[in-house]
Design a protein around this ligand. Structure first.
Ligand SMILES: Nc1ncnc2c1ncn2[C@@H]1O[C@H](COP(=O)(O)OP(=O)(O)O)[C@@H](O)[C@H]1O
Ligand SMILES: [Mg+2]
Length: 278
């Protein structure tokens, strides 16, 4: 049994052994990051810390590098310069085993909620359990059912295929998959994109609940200001190749920086025009 299995097992049992977070304890630290794709420079000497237990939203114009930032955090996209630490360990110096352990601590809800089309809901949600744990079929099934219930889905969809589900249900299945392994951190990339207002509310509530009930640290990339302002402890806005604006939703809402005001009001307008009045 590997050391991380011993961590996973008691947490599955729901024994409440997770230690309460120390205020402001850094979980992820990215320092002095430089990232370019050829001529396109996305980040220059950029730093951002994610604190244990917080929900941090990353906002900013389309194409500014939000999805790339999430992938850099867990070593899925290489950086040109800078340092990345997870729980104080240098991610860039981790071997394959260290990276595997890091990724096992992290649930990732990819943009577009990509599910495996050729797998049933059971196999999609149970995927990481099969890959990363020694759980048997029956245990996996039970755990998948528990995760589906957490996202308000019934066990009746276990044997269904992604194509048979609505967009909102697929997002929730993707969310169940991201939390199946009881991650310490969940990275959500546009979890409410393309959803109807009712599904958006459900997803936003789920994100808050997961953080509260499972003590999960969340990093959320979103265009949806209603979601960002309702679920976040802090919001970080990408602007001019960095994060010049980081603060609580109240601080950002009250910011007099024109870039912040412009972005927030544009995003709110976009949201209103996409949302039919109730
Ligand atoms: N692997 C890649 N190779 C080249 N360009 C990329 C790659 N990944 C992302 N980009 C570019 O980087 C920019 C930022 O992408 P992304 O992080 O997806 O933006 P967003 O903030 O909308 O999530 C985009 O212009 C995108 O085309
Ligand atoms: Mg993106």
């Amino acid at each position: 049994m590997s050391p991380s299995d011993t961590v996973v097992a008691p947490r599955f049992a729901g024994t409440g052994t997770v230690v309460a977070p120390t205020p402001d304890e850094p979980l992820f630290e990215l320092r002095g990051i430089h990232k370019a794709f050829g001529e396109l420079v996305l980040f220059e000497d950029t730093s951002l810390t994610v604190r244990r237990g917080e929900t941090l939203s990353i906002i900013g114009e389309s194409g500014c590098g939000k999805s790339v930032w999430l992938k850099m955090m867990i070593g899925l996209v290489p950086i040109d310069a800078g340092e990345i630490y997870f729980r104080g360990d240098n991610v860039l110096l981790m071997g394959n085993e260290g990276l595997a352990r890091l990724r096992r601590s992290v649930g990732y809800l990819f943009q577009n909620g990509a599910l495996f089309d050729s797998m049933t809901v059971l196999d999609n949600v149970g995927y990481a359990l099969r890959e990363h744990t020694t759980m048997g079929d029956e245990q996996i099934r039970e755990r998948v059912i528990t995760c589906l219930e957490k996202v308000n889905l019934s066990r009746r969809i276990l044997d269904q295929w992604p194509a048979e589900l609505s967009g909102g249900m697929r997002k929730r299945v993707a969310l169940a998959r991201a939390i199946a392994i009881e991650p310490e951190v969940v990275l959500y990339d546009e979890p409410t994109q393309g959803l109807d207002p009712q599904s958006i509310t459900i997803i936003a509530e789920l994100i808050s609940e997961l953080q509260r009930d499972l003590d999960i640290t969340s990093v959320l990339v979103t265009h949806d200001m209603r979601c960002a302002f309702s679920v976040s402890d802090r919001i970080a806005m990408v602007h001019e190749r960095g994060f010049p604006y980081v603060g609580t939703p109240t601080q950002l809402g009250e910011s007099t920086a024109p870039a912040v005001q412009e972005y927030i009001s544009e995003a709110l307008e976009e949201l209103q025009s996409a949302t039919p009045p109730e």
